[in-house]
Design a protein around this ligand. Structure first.
Ligand code: GDP
Ligand code: MN
Length: 404
C-alpha cells in the first residue's frame, strides 16, 4: 500500500475546521456599540458573524454602551458565542457634548436649537441628539475606550447586519502581513446636508498642519465625475465603489440610492500632492458600519489633532457629521492608497444595502466557483451571471443552505 503523500491538501487529512485551530491570532476583537433595546438585532449579527467567520477564529466580542448593559442583554449575547465577551460603559464626557453639561446655560439652549433646526430641515437623524453623540463617539472616542485601546485591530459590527460568505482566512493577520490599515466593504455617497462644512474644515486642517496627502487616496473623495467609466475601472483593483442594491422601492433606501453613483478615478497620479484650492468633496465615504481597521490609525497624534480640530468647529452638533465621512477623510489624509483594503470578498448587508462579491464588474470578476449544482447549470465560468436584487437575497439564503 502506498503511503499517502504529504502533498494531499491537508484539509482532506485533518478536516476543514482543524486548519483554523492553533494558529497565530491578532490582537483584535469584534466591537459593537449597541443599546439594550437592540439585543435581537445584535444577536442576528452575531449569529451571522459566528456562522461565517468567528466560529473558527474565536475573536472576542466587545460591547459598548452609553448605559449599563442589562443582565438580559449580557446573557443574550453570551449565548451566541463561545468566544470571550466583555461589556464596557462609555464615560459621560466621551458620549455627551460639553454643551450639555449645564442644562440651564445658553450654550445648552443653542445646542438644542441646532439639533431641532436640523430636524425641521428634514436632515436624516438630525433631530436625534443620540445620533449626533454616536457619530461623535465613533469619530473621536471609541478607540480610547479601555477595552478597545488595548487592541491593535478591530472589526466594527452593528446590530442587524448580515454576512453572506464564509471567511476562511484571518483578515487582521492578512492586513497586518500586507501593510493594510483600513478595510471597508461599501462606499456610498453621504447626504450633503449632513456635512455642509466638513470638507471645508478638513481643507483648513490640511493647510494649517501642512499635511501632504497621497493623491490616489485623496482622489477617492475629491474626484469629480470627469473620467470615463472604462478609465476608472483600471484603478478599481485598488478600490472601487460597490454596486449597491435596494430591495425596496420607497423610503430612505431610495433616497440614498438616488444619490449614489459610480465613483470614477483618474488613471495617473503623482504620488504626493500639496494642498489644492478649489477642490470639492464628492461625498463618497467608506460606510463605517463595516470596518476592519488598525487602532493605530485613530490613536495617532495626527488623527487626534484632526478630531480636536473638528470638535472645535462644532459640526458634530451644529451639523450632523457622520463618523463615516470623518473616518474616510482621515483615511485619505493619513494613509497611502496601498494601506486601504477593499474587502470585495465579504458579502455584507446593512439595512437595505448589500455588497455582494458576485456584483464585481466583469473586468475584476473573481473566478466563478459554482456553489451548488443549480448554480453550475446556469453559470458560464468566464462570465458570471449578473444578479438582481432578489438574487442577492436569494443567494444569501442559499449559501446558508449549502453550508448546513
Ligand atoms: P444607522 O446605521 O446610521 O442607521 O444608525 P444605527 O441606529 O444603526 O446606529 C449606529 C450604531 O450606533 C449602532 O451600532 C447602534 O446600535 C449604535 N447606537 C446608535 N445610537 C445609540 C445610542 O444612543 N446608544 C448606544 N449605546 N448605541 C447607539
Ligand atoms: Mn446601523
Amino acid at each position: 500500500s502506498r503511503r499517502i503523500s504529504s502533498n494531499i491538501d491537508h484539509v482532506f487529512q485533518t478536516g476543514c475546521r482543524n486548519v483554523f485551530k492553533n494558529k497565530k491570532k491578532a490582537n483584535a476583537a469584534l466591537v459593537v456599540l449597541a443599546r439594550n433595546s437592540e439585543l435581537e438585532g445584535v444577536q442576528k449579527s452575531m449569529f451571522s458573524m459566528e456562522r461565517h467567520f468567528n466560529q473558527w477564529f474565536n475573536y472576542p466580542w466587545i460591547f459598548l454602551n452609553d448605559e449599563e448593559f442589562t443582565e438580559s442583554f449580557k446573557d443574550g449575547v453570551m449565548n451566541m458565542t463561545s468566544s470571550g465577551v466583555s461589556f464596557g460603559v462609555i464615560s459621560k464626557p466621551d458620549w455627551n457634548f460639553s454643551e450639555e453639561k449645564d442644562r440651564g446655560s445658553t450654550e445648552f439652549l443653542r445646542f438644542n436649537e441646532f439639533i431641532q433646526n436640523q430636524g425641521d430641515r428634514g436632515i436624516m437623524y438630525g433631530a436625534l441628539p443620540s445620533y449626533h453623540k454616536m457619530c461623535r463617539f465613533y469619530s473621536g472616542y471609541f478607540f480610547k475606550h479601555p477595552l478597545v485601546a488595548k487592541l491593535s485591530w478591530y472589526w466594527r459590527v452593528e446590530p442587524d447586519v448580515e454576512f453572506f460568505c464564509d471567511l476562511t482566512y484571518d483578515p487582521f493577520l492578512e492586513m497586518e502581513a500586507s501593510g493594510k490599515k483600513y478595510g471597508f466593504a461599501v462606499i456610498i455617497k453621504e447626504l450633503s446636508n449632513t456635512v455642509p462644512n466638513l470638507f471645508r474644515h478638513t481643507q483648513s486642517f490640511i493647510e494649517k498642519y501642512g499635511i501632504s496627502v497621497d493623491e490616489k487616496a485623496w482622489s477617492i473623495f475629491t474626484n469629480r465625475r470627469s473620467f470615463g467609466e472604462k478609465e476608472s475601472m483600471k484603478l478599481i483593483d485598488k478600490i472601487r465603489i460597490n454596486h449597491l442594491l435596494s430591495n425596496f422601492s420607497g423610503g430612505i433606501g431610495t433616497r440614498l440610492l438616488s444619490s449614489l453613483s459610480r465613483m470614477n478615478l483618474p488613471t495617473s497620479f503623482s504620488s504626493k500632492k500639496p494642498f489644492f484650492y478649489g477642490e470639492e468633496y464628492n461625498l463618497c465615504h467608506f460606510w463605517s458600519n463595516f470596518e476592519i481597521a488598525s487602532t493605530d490609525l485613530f490613536s495617532s497624534p495626527e488623527y487626534e489633532s484632526y478630531f480636536q480640530f473638528l470638535e472645535e468647529k462644532k459640526g458634530f452638533y451644529q451639523e450632523r457629521w457622520g463618523d463615516a465621512p470623518v473616518h474616510s477623510l482621515a483615511v485619505a489624509m493619513f494613509l497611502n492608497i496601498s494601506e486601504i483594503h477593499y474587502f470585495r470578498d465579504i458579502g455584507y448587508r446593512h439595512s437595505n444595502l448589500v455588497h455582494c462579491p458576485k456584483n464585481a464588474p466583469d473586468e475584476l470578476q473573481l473566478p466563478y466557483v459554482p456553489a451548488s449544482p443549480e448554480y453550475a447549470s446556469s453559470a458560464k465560468p468566464d462570465k458570471p451571471p449578473r444578479v438582481s436584487v432578489r438574487d442577492v437575497f436569494r443567494s444569501g439564503r442559499q449559501t446558508e443552505g449549502v453550508n448546513n
